[in-house]
Write a protein that binds this ligand. Structure first.
Ligand SMILES: [Mn+2]
Length: 466
């Protein structure tokens, strides 16, 4: 948790931006796994609630009355039975005082606050709920059916929060650096454990354990797979095989809920083959290119398409692609290799603020993505970079057998692709290299003390010596 003044200042700024009405920020509730008193899923507070109210406990709601300039933390104190099982926690009024909120009130007060605001036809601002229990709560409080809640959510509130949370303040960057240090441990451990015969799941479990041991949890379900071409490939019981590549995409959430997100791809037996190196070096060049060009004022969509063209040019040299590069990328031919975007915002959420809708977070009027085009529709960040933004730099090249078959059968982009050669890459898998980038005053820098090895020579040396 940060100093009280930080939360006070953030709420002040939020009031200034939203201008009027009543803002309700729902914290999350515990979510039972298999029965009410056992196996809660790990508690994760809502990030916007955390940003303005700081408290990491279930069952809290923050209310900001902009017109009357009052703030209230709503929630029930726990009773003696809860104390017996879970130990005592701070009272709601103590929690409110800790973040500079003057008032606290029991949970039942929220209905009265909403009823009064509605009877006076005052504007009630809420964010689009993403959890079912909160949707029910919004339905009970405001009478808005869950199907209508996304469009009834407050665009003023969304825009204000996106504006504030997009620019990471120095105290937030400190937390992101801490998360990166945990991420480094996760990735170097995975690299150290990778060898033929070990199961993907074993390595995935060790990686998750590090996130749990040094921070709050993983920032998203760990991807560790020999099938790097499956974007969200969960670790399976398959044993690692010499000659294949393993792709590890994993991140930590530190104890204050700031994230890291890195990807490395390396040979199971510690030595790249020539064919693997050829593809790897293209991804490496694309990854490094971002560092040279990302700076305030540059549209991240432009960087994405520049990377696509660089990738396509290099794949032409290998004979996998052909034709005019600019035309090919315009037609979306590169998406057979790179079906996702170059990166996304990162902060308290690994895809920062994605619950506020990517179109509101990563784009503006001048950078509307073409949502009709495969590949481009997965671009999550396109707008002009600003100092303090944190984005991921994660190009990849994948050989997805089903996609190759699909495009070959339909002849899609046939003038730009060499399907006969692609056929021989169906057993290749996929490569991605990902790091987190902070946009600085006149450029950018990677977040983290030490780079997780990613140059092939460094990876091979690391795997040989560890
Ligand atoms: Mn990512």
């Amino acid at each position: 948790m940060f100093d009280k003044e930080i939360y006070v200042r953030r709420r002040q700024e939020l009031k200034r931006l939203v201008k009027n009405g009543v803002i309700i920020l729902f914290g999350n509730n515990n979510s039972p796994c298999n029965y009410p008193n056992n196996g809660y899923y790990p508690f994760r507070q809502d990030s916007s609630f955390l940003y303005y109210f700081g408290q990491n406990r279930d069952g809290l709601v923050g209310v900001i009355d902009v017109d009357n300039d009052t703030e209230t933390l709503i929630g029930d104190d726990i009773d003696i039975e809860d104390i017996v099982w879970y130990g005592s926690v701070d009272s709601v009024s103590d929690m409110a005082a800790e973040v500079g909120v003057a008032h606290s009130a029991p949970a039942k007060t929220l209905a009265a606050i909403c009823n009064e605001a509605m009877s006076k036809h005052r504007r009630i601002h809420f964010l689009p709920p993403y959890r079912h229990d909160i949707k029910l709560q919004v339905y009970d409080l405001l009478g808005i059916h869950p199907n209508q809640q996304k469009e009834s959510a407050s665009m003023e509130l969304i825009k204000a929060i996106v504006k504030m949370r997009s620019t990471k303040q120095p105290e937030e960057i400190v937390e992101l650096e801490k998360a990166a240090r945990i991420g480094y441990k996760m990735h170097t451990t995975a690299m150290r454990l990778t060898k033929p015969g070990v199961t993907e799941k074993y390595i995935g479990g060790q990686v998750d354990g590090i996130a749990n041991s040094y921070g709050a949890m993983v920032s998203f379900p760990t991807i560790f797979s020999q099938h790097g071409e499956i974007m969200h490939g969960n670790p399976s019981m398959a044993e690692l095989q010499a000659g294949r590549l393993a792709l590890c995409d994993a991140g930590a959430e530190n104890i204050n809920n700031y994230c890291s997100d890195n990807t490395r791809t390396y040979p199971v037996n510690g030595k790249f083959t020539q064919r693997q190196l050829e593809i790897y070096s293209i991804v490496e060049a694309c990854h490094d290119y971002v560092l040279q060009v990302a700076k305030p004022g540059v549209k991240y969509a432009d960087v994405h398409f520049a990377v696509c063209r660089l990738m396509f040019d290099r794949l032409k040299e290998l004979g996998l692609a052909k034709g005019d590069t600019a035309e090919a990328v315009k037609a979306g031919a590169h998406a057979i290799f790179l079906p996702h975007g170059l990166g996304h915002m990162m902060g308290m959420d690994v895809h920062d603020m994605e619950n506020l809708d990517q179109i509101n977070v990563g784009f503006d009027e001048e950078t509307r993505p073409n949502l009709e085009q495969f590949g481009t529709n997965s671009l999550r960040m396109g707008r002009r970079l600003e100092e303090g933004f944190v984005v991921t730099d994660e190009p990849g090249i994948y050989f997805i057998p089903a996609l190759i078959d699909d495009w070959k059968a339909s002849g899609h982009c046939a003038e730009f692709l060499n399907f006969d050669l692609l056929e021989t890459y169906k057993d290749f898998g996929g490569i991605r290299i990902e790091d987190d980038v902070l946009i600085t005053k006149d450029g950018c820098r990677f977040i983290g003390e030490e780079r997780i090895p990613y140059h092939p020579k460094d990876i091979e040396a690391f795997m040989e010596n560890n």
